[in-house]
Design a protein around this ligand. Structure first.
Ligand SMILES: NC(=O)c1ccc[n+]([C@@H]2O[C@H](COP(=O)([O-])OP(=O)(O)OC[C@H]3O[C@@H](n4cnc5c(N)ncnc54)[C@H](O)[C@@H]3O)[C@@H](O)[C@H]2O)c1
Length: 380
């Protein structure tokens, strides 16, 4: 049905974390192959990474802007670019590829300011290009199932939400988490927030995607727990959504004992849903006090068809984070094909878009303002 798409990557050089995960996830379906890259600020690293991936040397670039122009000019140029660099570079890199007419998949947070994020959203719209922001966790079959059963009214009207994403990897003084930790703690690369931009955007997106709730205003306490840091490493946020529901979020990098412990508890007037990304084969549903909890497991017919179609393995064969990432790319790549053959409609999009990315950046900025002004309510 489809030909194979060509893609390029900015970031993801040898020694980097998430770029390789994107490549592995895309490879799961074999619907796109990597043909170009500017993998690192170090050209030697780009050359070594490209050689290991079997990319032609002429398509290994010193600079991302050079890559955008050169790839746009080729008959066999890339169909989309994957941007997996530190946060401060997302805006210039994405902008260069959008201006060159190339679809973009960028990791979160979309940008380091509301202005940058909104400009990218407007540019993608003006150029009629697809723009995915890879909030990986929303690719899980069970995360999509939560969205579907909430849409179907399973737990009624949502009253309140508790969501958290604690990690413990930056808990110790002088422990900067290697390359990945040091740029996150550096405002020149991370932006005005570390922990909330890194983890809070996942929380904000998870709740927005699953519930459809839109944050109206926030009250945040963003703290620096580890001496010597200049950016937040532990954050509490009270949330009020449009329509009156409320929420409470916690993100931390100093919570010893936690790895990637994104958990959500969603309470409606007819039931509640509990979901945990480290245990993503199941969704737990409570219907009333004292009644047994119901578990919906991936692979069984209790999973909504709109979510179940993303399952790659039969019941009892666990699927994880790479598959979740691959599911985002499945929809993104299908949409690129549909754009090409004229069959695209916006309801085909089943991945987080640039507009979701903008919401994340607005959420972080409002929290920063709230925290700086003595923990006051700030509208988004
Ligand atoms: N979706 C997720 O769950 C998830 C998980 C981890 C990281 N991330 C995001 O992915 C991004 C990258 O994080 P990471 O942990 O992989 O960082 P990393 O430090 O491991 O890798 C960053 C890479 O970008 C390269 N780079 C930096 N500036 C560049 C430039 N101007 N041109 C070309 N390459 C450049 C570096 O050389 C390195 O190879 C961040 O925005 C982060 O928030 C998302």
């Amino acid at each position: 049905m489809y030909g194979t798409l060509r893609y390029g990557m900015v970031g993801g050089g040898q020694g980097a974390f998430i770029g390789e995960a994107h490549r592995k996830a895309i490879n799961l379906d074999g619907k796109a192959r990597i043909v170009a890259g500017c993998f690192s600020r170090s050209y030697e690293n780009t050359l070594a990474t490209g050689a290991a991936l079997g990319i032609e040397p002429e398509r290994l670039y010193k600079r991302f802007d050079e890559m955008a122009k050169a790839e746009a000019a080729r008959d066999d140029g890339i169909d989309f670019v994957v941007v997996v660099t530190p946060n401060n570079t997302h805006y210039p890199v994405c902008k260069a590829f959008l201006e060159a007419g190339i679809h973009v998949a960028c990791d979160k947070p979309l940008a380091i300011s509301r202005e940058q994020a909104c400009e990218l959203e407007a540019l993608a719209k003006e150029k009629d290009l697809l723009f995915m922001v890879t909030y990986t966790y929303m690719g899980y079959v069970t995360a999509k199932h939560v969205r579907e059963i909430i849409r179907a009214g399973e737990i009624g009207k949502i009253r309140t939400v508790i969501a958290e994403y604690p990690q413990g990897w930056l808990a110790r003084e002088g422990d900067w988490g290697g390359k990945q930790g040091s740029w996150r703690c550096d405002p020149s690369q991370s932006g005005k927030s570390n922990c909330l931009a890194d983890l809070g955007t996942h929380v904000e997106n998870a709740i927005a995607t699953m519930t459809g709730l839109k944050v109206k205003r926030v009250l945040a306490k963003m703290d620096i727990m580890v001496p010597g840091r200049v950016l937040d490493d532990n954050d509490f946020v009270l949330v009020e959504y449009e329509g009156g529901a409320t929420g409470m979020y916690w993100t931390s990098q100093v919570a010893i004992g936690h790895d990637n412990d994104l958990r959500v508890r969603i309470y409606g007037d007819r039931g509640a849903i509990f979901w945990s990304q480290e245990d993503p084969e199941k969704v737990i549903i409570a219907k009333e006090d004292g009644a047994p909890l119901v578990e919906h497991h991936k692979g069984y017919c209790s999973i909504a068809p709109e979510a179940a179609k993303y399952g790659r393995l039969p019941k009892g064969h666990p699927e994880g984070w790479l598959e979740a990432m691959a599911n985002l790319y499945r929809s993104f790549i299908e949409c690129i094909h549909a754009k090409r053959n004229g069959s695209f409609t916006s309801d085909m999009i089943d991945f987080p878009t640039v507009s979701d990315g903008v919401q994340g950046v607005k959420f972080v900025e409002a929290c920063l303002q709230s925290s700086a002004n003595g923990n006051v309510w700030v509208d988004l």
